[in-house]
Write a protein that binds this ligand. Structure first.
Ligand SMILES: Nc1nc2c(c(=O)[nH]1)N[C@H]1C(S)=C(S)[C@@H](COP(=O)(O)O)O[C@H]1N2
Ligand SMILES: [Mo]
Length: 329
């Protein structure tokens, strides 16, 4: 089992991967203990010591093995299930933190398909049953940092988005990946408001989307995703502010040019394309240097320092080498 996970991360080489990106990933895998011959030996025993997180038994179980993504699964204390599922941002169901948990019961998650199109050799529409079986499920405990200044530690269940990307074979023109999420007025009361342009769209550079840490998530706490957390599948990009992680995905589009995202359209001076967690680059209206961990005391609790790339700098820093992160925020 462990061995298979390690192999799963050894992405087949160059065909769909620009050489520079391949080199970056190679370095990352080496630093994570996946170098030739050292597959599992390089991992700290702790990485497997902890059992996968158990949910409250409210939703269907989603079996997963604990992730072997070395150093990426944090050992920090998990944010309680109740906080993870009642303090949400999902504007399609309202803009207050408790709106999604109250309103998202109207979301219909079956049948569900995801259309994968654009600059790929094998465009296809996948149904949720196929997606659930595409690759072995792993539990990854990731820090999640919202641009508003709060954070959580969540045991997600899913697999690297790269598993899906490999399958559709991006062409040489694919430079960016756009993520389109569901917009259905019949199911989503929040669409009556024009806070954002619907559907909610997000995007990543292709190398960011291919990075092993970028997770296609189907569950949390060992169970399928609650609707308010983006059922039946969503993205989780742990080194970027939460809004880059689109919920309830219906379309993934490979494109040549960088496209505007919903948040860039709404407030371009506040939300940039990259939106990497960066304590040194403030939001125009507030500091990003510290954060409040949800579930730990309250508003008056001591804040903790926010880490560069949300603590994932060893894994992802290389993606931004040479960039001016103040200008490309
Ligand atoms: N479709 C959609 N996806 C979304 C959002 C949204 O409003 N609509 N909010 C984003 C923001 S701002 C955050 S912080 C995370 C919150 O995810 P969580 O509620 O599961 O913690 O989802 C992101 N994905
Ligand atoms: Mo957010």
């Amino acid at each position: 089992m462990r061995h298979r996970i390690a192999q799963g991360l050894e992405l087949p080489a160059a065909e769909i991967t620009p050489p520079s990106l391949y080199a970056t990933r190679r370095r990352w895998l080496l630093s994570a203990g996946f170098g030739a011959g050292s597959a599992v030996l390089g991992l700290s025993p702790d990485a497997f010591a902890q059992a996968t997180a158990a949910g409250p038994g409210k939703l269907a179980k989603l079996a997963a093995s604990r992730s072997a993504v070395g150093g990426a699964s944090t050992m920090e204390k998990l944010t309680p299930y109740n906080d993870v599922t009642t303090y949400n941002n999902f504007y399609e169901f309202g803009t207050d933190k408790d709106d999604p948990a109250r309103n998202a019961h109207t979301l219909k998650t079956r049948p569900w398909t995801v259309q994968v199109e654009g600059e790929v050799r094998k465009p296809q529409t996948l149904d949720i049953e196929t997606l659930l079986k595409l690759s072995p499920m792993e539990e990854r405990v990731y820090r999640m940092r919202c641009v508003e200044g709060w954070s959580m530690v969540i045991p997600w269940v899913g697999y690297s988005l790269s598993e899906l990307i490999k399958r559709v074979e991006p062409t040489g023109n694919a430079k960016f990946v756009q993520f389109v999420t569901l917009a259905d007025r019949a199911q989503m009361p929040g669409l009556r408001s024009s806070v954002l342009e619907w559907p909610y769209v997000e995007a990543l550079r292709l190398d960011e989307a291919m990075h092993p840490l970028t997770l296609l998530a189907f569950g949390l706490y060992g169970e399928i995703l609650p609707n308010q957390n983006g059922a039946p599948l969503r993205l989780v990009v742990p080194w970027k502010y939460g809004f880059k992680s689109g919920k309830s995905l219906v379309k993934i589009r490979f494109v040549e040019k960088q496209l505007l995202t919903s948040w860039e359209k709404a407030a371009p001076q506040e939300y940039g394309f990259y939106s990497n967690v960066n304590p040194k680059v403030d939001h125009p209206r507030w500091s990003q240097a510290t954060e409040r961990r949800i579930g730990e005391g309250g508003l008056f609790d001591k804040k903790r320092p926010t880490l560069m790339f949300n603590g994932y700098e060893p894994q992802v820093g290389q993606l931004y080498a040479g960039m001016d992160l103040k200008r490309q925020f």
